[in-house]
Write a protein that binds this ligand. Structure first.
Ligand SMILES: Nc1nc2c(ncn2[C@@H]2O[C@H](COP(=O)(O)OP(=O)(O)OP(=O)(O)O)[C@@H](O)[C@H]2O)c(=O)[nH]1
Ligand SMILES: [Mg+2]
Length: 476
C-alpha cells in the first residue's frame, strides 16, 4: 500500500483512504443524547472530534439527536438516518462515527442504509491504540482487544453472508457465506487463544521484574490520569531535577531495576531515561518505571502509565490489566489532572471510576492539578492564588506546572509526607535463622541500612506500623 494511504479498520472490513497529498479521510460524527445536559453532551462530542483527529480524520459535519431512548434497529431515529444519508452525500464523507458503542445489529443496519463505513467510539479508540502500540506487549494487548471487539460483529454479518450460498443440497445446510464466516470466526478465536498464551508469558516476565523491584524495598508510586494531562511531562521534569541534583537515577527505558547496592553502575544519560511526551491523545501506551533518588528525599520508583478516556473499552482495560498492575501494586498514586481543561472534573470522575474498576480505588492518592500556568480565574474553581499552590489544610492537593517545572519541590514534600505517613523508623536485629523475616519487610519498607554482625542481621528500616508491631520482639 502506498505510504500516503492509511487504513481504518471497521467491523465489516477495511476501508482505505487517501491522506498526505491526497485528501484526508472525511468523517461525520453522530451523537444521541438521551439524558445528559446539552453542554455536558457537547463536551463528549468535542472529545470524539479529538479522538477522530488523532487518527488523521477530517471531521466534516457533526450532529446530535436529543431523544428519550435509543432506536433499537438503527440507534438514531429513521428521520435522522435519512438526514445523515444526505449529509454524507453533501460532505463526501467516507466514514460515520457514533459517540457511543453500537450493537452489531445497529452497525450492520446503518452500513446497509447509508452505504458507508460505520464506526463507534470503542472502535475508534481501538484504532488509536493500534496505531500507537510500539512494544510487543502493547501490540499483543491491543490486537487481543480488537479481535474480541470484532468477533461478535463478525457474527452479526452472518445473515448477510449466508444469503450468498445455501440450498445446494449439501450435508451442511449452511450457505457458503456462513461457512466462510465460521472459518473466520474459528480463525479469530484461535488467534485470541494464541495471544492469551503469549500475553501470559509476558505477564510472567513482568511479574519477575515487579518482584525484583519490590525486593528493593523502595516505595512504588504511579502516575495516573486522563490522557494528555501531563503525566509523562511530570515524570520527565522530575528526572531532569534528579539529573541536575546529582541523584543516582537508575533506569532502563521501560523497566527500572533497583540500583545495585553502592551504586557501582554508571548512571545512563538523562536522554535515555526520558519518556515520550506529546500533545496527542494516548501518547503513552507502555508503562515505564524510573527510580528517583533526590538528595535529602526518600528514594522511590515512579511509574508512568497509559492514560484514561471516557468510555475506555472494557476489553482494552482488561487487555491492559497486567500493564495496569503497576498501578494496583503502587503504595501511592499521583493523579494528574489538566486543570486548564474545562472538562477536568469529568476527567477526574472517569479516572476515579477506572481506578475502581481495576481495583486501585483504595490506594492513597495525591491530586495534582497540572497546567496551572494556563488557567484563568474565570474558568477555574477554586482558582489557585499563586502557582504552586496547596489549598489550606490539604496535603493531598497541589496546583503545579510540570512543563514550567513549578511546584516540583512541593510535590516532593507531599510525597515524603504520604510515604512516611503510617511508617515508623525501627532498628531490628534478626538472628541468622530468622532472616526470612527481613525478606518479608523488603516488600513494604525502606531498608535504610543493613549490617551483618556476630548476633545476626542488624537493619534500620522505615516500615509500616503493623510490621513494627508484628516484629516487635526483634526491635533493638
Ligand atoms: N502549558 C502546559 N502544558 C503542559 C504541562 N504539562 C504538560 N503539558 C503539555 O501537555 C501535553 C501532554 O503532555 P503528556 O505529558 O504527554 O501527557 P500524558 O498525560 O502523558 O498523556 P498520555 O500519554 O496521552 O496519557 C504536552 O504537549 C505537554 O507539553 C503544563 O504544566 N503546562
Ligand atoms: Mg504520557
Amino acid at each position: 500500500m502506498p505510504e500516503q494511504f492509511h487504513e481504518i479498520q471497521t467491523p465489516s472490513g477495511r476501508g482505505t483512504y487517501a491522506t498526505g497529498n491526497e485528501r484526508a479521510a472525511r468523517c461525520i460524527l453522530i451523537g444521541l443524547n438521551t439524558s445528559q445536559k446539552p453542554e455536558e453532551y457537547d463536551r463528549s462530542m468535542r472529545e470524539l472530534k479529538a479522538l477522530a483527529e488523532a487518527v488523521d480524520l477530517e471531521v466534516v459535519w457533526s450532529m446530535v439527536q436529543n431523544a428519550p431512548a435509543v432506536t433499537h434497529a438503527t440507534y438514531i431515529g429513521s428521520g435522522k438516518v435519512q438526514e445523515l444519508k444526505e449529509e454524507i452525500e453533501i460532505g463526501d464523507a467516507d466514514l460515520v462515527i457514533f459517540n457511543e458503542t453500537l450493537s452489531p445489529l445497529q452497525t450492520r443496519n446503518l452500513e446497509k442504509i447509508l452505504d458507508t463505513e460505520v464506526l463507534d467510539r470503542t472502535g475508534l479508540i481501538l484504532q488509536i491504540f493500534s496505531r500507537r502500540a510500539r512494544t510487543r506487549e502493547a501490540r499483543l494487548q491491543v490486537e487481543s482487544a480488537q479481535l474480541k471487539y470484532m468477533l461478535p460483529r463478525l457474527i452479526g454479518l452472518g445473515h448477510k453472508l449466508s444469503r450468498q450460498g445455501g440450498g445446494s443440497g449439501r450435508l451442511s445446510n449452511k450457505g457458503a457465506g456462513e461457512q466462510q464466516l465460521e472459518l473466520d470466526r474459528r480463525h479469530i478465536e484461535h488467534r485470541i487463544a494464541q495471544l492469551r498464551r503469549e500475553l501470559e508469558s509476558v505477564d510472567r516476565e513482568r511479574d519477575v521484574q515487579r518482584t525484583r523491584r519490590s525486593r528493593s524495598g523502595l516505595p512504588r508510586i504511579a502516575l495516573v490520569g486522563y490522557t494528555n494531562a501531563g503525566k509523562s511531562t511530570l515524570l520527565n521534569a522530575l528526572l531532569k531535577m534528579n539529573a541536575a541534583g546529582g541523584g543516582s537515577a537508575m533506569a532502563s527505558m521501560s523497566q527500572a531495576e533497583p540500583a545495585p547496592a553502592g551504586g557501582q553502575a554508571a548512571a545512563p544519560a538523562l536522554e535515555s531515561k526520558l519518556v515520550f511526551e506529546k500533545d496527542m491523545l494516548f501518547a503513552t501506551l507502555d508503562t515505564s518505571v524510573r527510580r528517583l533518588d533526590l538528595p535529602g528525599r526518600m528514594p522511590f520508583l515512579l511509574a508512568d502509565t497509559v492514560g484514561f478516556v471516557s468510555q475506555l473499552p472494557h476489553d482494552l482495560v482488561q487487555a491492559f490489566r497486567s500493564t495496569l498492575e503497576e498501578v494496583c501494586s503502587a503504595d501511592l498514586l499521583l493523579e494528574v489532572i489538566d486543570c486548564s481543561d474545562p472538562d477536568h472534573e469529568m476527567h477526574r470522575k472517569v479516572t476515579d471510576d477506572t481506578l475502581r474498576e481495576i481495583g486501585a480505588g483504595d490506594i492513597p492518592r495525591i491530586y495534582l492539578y497540572n497546567k496551572a500556568d494556563l488557567v484563568d480565574a474565570e474558568t477555574t474553581d477554586p482558582f489557585p492564588a499563586s502557582i504552586p499552590f496547596v489549598p489550606e489544610g490539604r496535603r493531598d492537593v497541589l496546583y503545579l506546572s510540570a512543563k514550567k517545572q513549578l511546584g516540583l519541590n512541593l510535590l516532593l514534600d507531599l510525597i515524603d509526607d504520604a510515604l512516611r505517613g503510617g511508617r515508623v523508623s525501627c532498628r531490628f536485629l534478626f538472628p541468622y535463622d530468622k532472616v526470612g523475616l527481613l525478606q518479608s519487610l523488603r516488600t513494604s519498607s525502606v531498608i535504610e541500612s543493613e549490617e551483618y554482625t556476630a548476633d545476626g542481621c542488624l537493619v534500620q528500616v522505615l516500615c509500616p506500623k503493623k510490621d513494627a508491631q508484628r516484629l516487635r520482639e526483634y526491635l533493638t
